[in-house]
Design a protein. Structure first.
Length: 220
């Protein structure tokens, strides 16, 4: 019985040893992608006004719909990412979510117009119409990208003693990317190139970020 008890006591240590203990370079990859995904999310939010504007205007209702959609998607992504991270703590799994969300962005220009026209024609209320349209074209990819931060924290944690530093750094780096994405898209990209080109750029950057995660798996 004493042997069994000692073996039972060692089980948590074995479980911890199987956790993801990233090297310095592996951690760097994760933080870099946190910056990129944060930038993509906020850049896409700003770009959303260019998609909805021709159909619903650029007034307060449209912006309320965009902001609410992004917050709802991030909320869902945080809950879903945290849950899946405990079940599948894998860089490949995380890379797949980033890649799928980014592929969606690449494809968005091919179907955004008929989707937006559908809501314009079928919903007379501009409040509900703009909200439904924003949810239709933005909720899915932002939810997948929103999964990144809690998932990254789970992969980076070595012990409970550095949980505050890790979580703070992940969200801080992601927010820094969001700032750059917001200002860069609004001040430079939108005046410089069209919405379609920006969307393709965001999708391409996201796919690159997903590839970084998968590549980091092999290097780690």
């Amino acid at each position: 019985m004493e042997i069994d008890a000692s073996a039972e006591n060692r089980r948590p240590e074995v479980t911890k040893s199987r956790g993801h203990l990233p090297s310095v370079f592996l951690a760097l990859f994760i933080y870099v992608v946190a910056f990129l995904t944060g930038g993509i999310v906020m850049s896409f939010e700003m770009l959303g006004s260019r998609y909805l504007g021709p159909y619903f205007g650029s007034g307060i209702y449209t912006w309320a719909a965009l902001i609410s959609t992004v917050l709802a998607a991030l909320c869902a992504g945080y809950f879903l990412g945290g849950s899946l991270a405990d079940r599948y703590p894998s860089l490949r799994f995380l890379g797949a979510t980033v890649t799928v969300g980014s592929v969606y962005l690449l494809l968005l220009p091919t179907f955004a117009e008929p989707v937006l026209q559908f809501f314009v024609w079928n919903i007379d209320d501009i409040k509900l119409g703009s909200l439904a349209a924003a949810l239709a074209i933005m909720f899915f990819p932002i939810t997948l990208l929103g999964m990144y931060s809690p998932f990254a924290i789970r992969l980076l944690l070595r012990s409970e003693h550095n949980s505050g530093v890790v979580s703070g750094t992940v969200y801080g780096v992601s927010t820094a990317g969001s700032i750059l994405g917001t200002l860069g898209t609004t001040f430079f990209l939108i005046p410089l190139i069209g919405s379609r080109a920006i969307t393709f750029t965001l999708g391409s950057v996201g796919i690159f970020a997903g590839a970084l995660l998968v590549g980091a798996t092999w290097s780690g």
